[in-house]
Design a protein around this ligand. Structure first.
Ligand code: KIV
Ligand code: ZN
Length: 519
C-alpha cells in the first residue's frame, strides 16, 4: 500500500545566493530566462535576487514577480527598513510572495561584523519582522551563522521573531560548519524548545564548505523541515550551496525510505543545469553527481558488460528520466569485447568473429595511446577491419585563417568526401570567429539541413602538446546528435566532431525504425 509522503518544498536561491559566487553575476534578462526554466522544472519558491543591491536586481525581481504568477517569489533583504521596502516593492505584483530577512546571531558576527550587543540584535530582529509584517503575511527569518550560535541566544532571537509574526524559520549553516546529525538535532531542539516553535514552518539552508550541504539538508528533512533552500549545480558563495539536483534525486531515489517527495519535474533537471552552467559561465565537473558528464557513463569492461545485460547492475537512476541523452558506454582501454561489439552494432555494422578480433586488437592499441576512443576513430578502425564499411562523410582537409581586426575576419575552408558518391569538394565560409567559419563551411558541405546547437571544449591533458576535445551537438531532422572529436588542433576537433555527428545522423536515418536506438 502506498503511504502518503510528506511534501518537501524546493526553494531555489540560484539567482540570489548562487549569484553571490565570485564571477557568477547575471544580467536581469539572464535571470528572467533562468527563472522561467526554474518554473518549468517545478520549484516551489524562487528567490530572484537582492532588490536593494542594484537597480538591475530590483528590476529582475519585479519582472519575475509579474511574469511567474503561479510560483511563490521571495523578496530578500537585511533586517533594515530600506531593504525590506525594496523587497516589498519589487515583489508587489507577485501572485504569491514571502519576505525573507536575515540578521546575524553568532558572537563572531556580532562582535566583529555587526558590532552590536545581543540585546540590540534581538530588538532589531523584533522591530524589522513587525515592520515587514504590515505588508506581507509570509515572513521568513534567517539568523545568519546559526550553526555557530549557542542554543540560548538562538532560541531568544527565534522566540522574538515568532512573537512578531515570522511564519518560516530558516536556520542557515552559513559557513558550512555543521555535521549532519548536529544540524538535524538543532531543528529538533528548536521546535521543542522555542516558544511558538510548533506553529511555524522550518527551512534548511546549507553551504558546502565541508562537502556536507546535501547530507545536512537531508538530515534537516529527517528532523521535520519542509522547505529546503538550494541552488542549481550547487553554485553559491565559496564551495556553494546545497545542490538542487543532488538533493532532489536523493529524495526521488530513496523516497520509500525517507517518506518524502518534491514537486520537481525531473526530466527538466539536466536542461536547467546546463542552462545555468552556460549562462553563469561555470563549467560542471565531470564527476558531479547527476549532471556531470561522467555521471552515467561507464568505461570499465566489467561494468559495461553488466549494463548491457541490465542497466540496474551499475545505475541507480535512469538518466533518460532526467532528460540526459543516453551515451552510457565510453570506449577506452578498460572496455571489453562485449562493449565494443555492442557499440559497433549500434552503428549498424555486423562483424564476423575474426573481424571483431582484428578490431579489438587495433582498438586496444589506440585506447592505450589516448584516453578514450571517439566514435569517429572507432569507425576508422572499423573501416580498416571490415571490408566495404565506410562512413557517409570524411573530412579530408581543414584550413583556417584570420585577417585580424576587421569584422567577420575569420575564414575556413573544408574538404569533404562524400563516400556514397565518391566525390570530394571544398567549401569556404567566413565568420566572426574561427568556429563560426568552420561551422558555416561544414553546413554547406552537408546535403541535409544542420543546426549547430552546442559546443563544449576541453583539454584532455596538460602542457603545450595537450589534445583538445570538442563535443558538438547538432540538430538534424528535429533530432539531437552529439559527438566528439579529438585533435591537438582544437579547431580540427570541432570539425571532426561536427562531421562525426552528421555521420551519426545518416546512420540513424539508414537504420530500420525498429533498430534505431540512440547511441
Ligand atoms: O548563508 C546564509 O546564511 C544566507 C542567509 C542570508 C540566509 O544566505
Ligand atoms: Zn547562504
Amino acid at each position: 500500500m502506498e503511504i502518503n509522503k510528506r511534501r518537501i518544498r524546493i526553494f531555489d536561491t540560484t539567482l540570489r545566493d548562487g549569484e553571490q559566487a565570485p564571477g557568477a553575476s547575471l544580467y536581469p534578462e539572464e535571470k528572467i530566462r533562468i527563472a522561467r526554466q526554474l518554473a518549468s522544472m517545478g520549484v516551489d519558491t524562487i528567490e530572484p535576487g537582492f532588490p536593494i543591491s542594484s537597480p538591475g536586481d530590483f528590476h529582475a525581481v519585479q519582472q519575475i514577480s509579474r511574469e511567474l504568477q503561479q510560483i511563490e517569489i521571495c523578496g530578500f533583504g537585511r533586517a533594515v527598513k530600506e531593504d525590506i521596502d525594496a523587497a516589498v516593492k519589487a515583489t508587489q505584483d507577485a501572485g504569491m510572495r514571502r519576505i525573507h530577512m536575515f540578521l546575524s546571531s553568532s558572537d563572531i558576527h556580532l562582535d566583529f561584523q555587526l558590532r552590536k550587543s545581543r540585546q540590540q540584535v534581538v530588538e532589531m530582529a523584533r522591530s524589522m519582522v513587525a515592520y515587514a509584517k504590515q505588508f506581507v503575511d509570509r515572513i521568513e527569518f534567517s539568523p545568519m551563522d546559526a550553526t555557530r550560535t549557542g542554543d540560548e541566544f538562538l532560541f531568544e532571537v527565534l522566540e522574538a521573531v515568532i512573537e512578531e509574526g515570522a511564519t518560516i524559520l530558516n536556520i542557515p549553516d552559513t559557513v558550512g560548519y555543521a555535521l549532519p546529525e548536529e544540524y538535524g538535532n538543532m531543528f529538533r531542539r528548536v521546535r521543542a524548545g522555542v516558544r511558538g516553535g510548533d506553529r511555524v514552518e522550518y527551512s534548511a539552508h546549507c553551504h558546502n564548505d565541508l562537502g556536507l550541504a546535501v547530507a545536512n539538508s537531508l538530515a534537516a528533512i529527517s528532523a521535520g523541515v519542509t522547505h529546503v533552500e538550494v541552488t542549481v549545480n550547487g553554485v553559491g558563495e565559496r564551495a556553494g550551496n546545497c545542490s538542487l539536483e543532488e538533493l532532489v534525486m536523493a529524495i526521488e531515489t530513496r523516497k520509500q525510505t525517507m517518506g518524502v517527495e518534491t514537486g520537481i519535474v525531473t526530466s527538466e533537471v539536466f536542461n536547467t543545469s546546463k542552462m545555468v552552467s552556460r549562462i553563469m559561465g561555470f563549467p560542471i565537473a565531470y564527476n558531479k553527481p547527476i549532471v556531470g558528464r561522467n555521471a552515467f557513463q561507464h568505461e570499465a569492461g566489467i561494468h559495461q558488460d553488466g549494463l548491457l545485460k541490465n542497466r540496474s547492475t551499475y545505475e541507480i537512476m535512469d538518466p533518460e528520466k532526467l532528460g540526459i541523452p543516453r551515451s552510457m558506454i565510453i570506449l577506452g582501454k578498460h572496455s571489453g569485447r562485449h562493449a565494443l561489439k555492442h557499440r559497433v552494432g549500434q552503428f549498424g555494422v555486423q562483424m564476423t568473429s575474426e573481424e571483431l578480433d582484428t578490431l579489438y586488437t587495433r582498438f586496444k592499441e589506440k585506447a592505450d595511446a589516448q584516453k578514450i576512443v571517439t566514435d569517429d576513430q572507432l569507425m576508422e578502425l572499423v573501416g580498416a577491419a571490415v571490408e566495404g564499411h565506410v562512413e557517409a562523410f570524411t573530412l579530408t582537409q581543414l584550413q583556417v585563417a584570420s585577417s585580424g581586426g576587421k569584422e567577420r575576419s575569420h575564414s575556413a575552408k573544408v574538404a569533404i568526401r562524400n563516400n556514397q558518391t565518391g566525390e570530394e569538394h571544398m567549401y569556404a565560409a567566413v565568420g566572426e570567429g574561427p568556429v563560426e567559419a568552420i561551422v558555416q563551411s561544414l553546413r554547406q558541405a552537408m546535403p541535409m539541413a544542420v543546426e549547430f546547437s552546442d559546443l563544449e571544449l576541453h583539454s584532455l591533458s596538460t602542457g603545450e602538446k595537450a589534445t583538445g576535445e570538442a563535443e558538438v551537438t547538432l540538430v538534424i531532422g528535429g533530432e539531437s546528435f552529439k559527438n566528439t572529436g579529438m585533435d591537438q588542433d582544437i579547431l580540427m576537433s570541432v570539425a571532426k566532431a561536427f562531421v562525426a555527428a552528421c555521420n551519426q545522423a545518416v546512420r540513424m536515418q539508414n537504420k530500420a525504425p525498429s533498430e534505431a536506438t540512440s547511441a
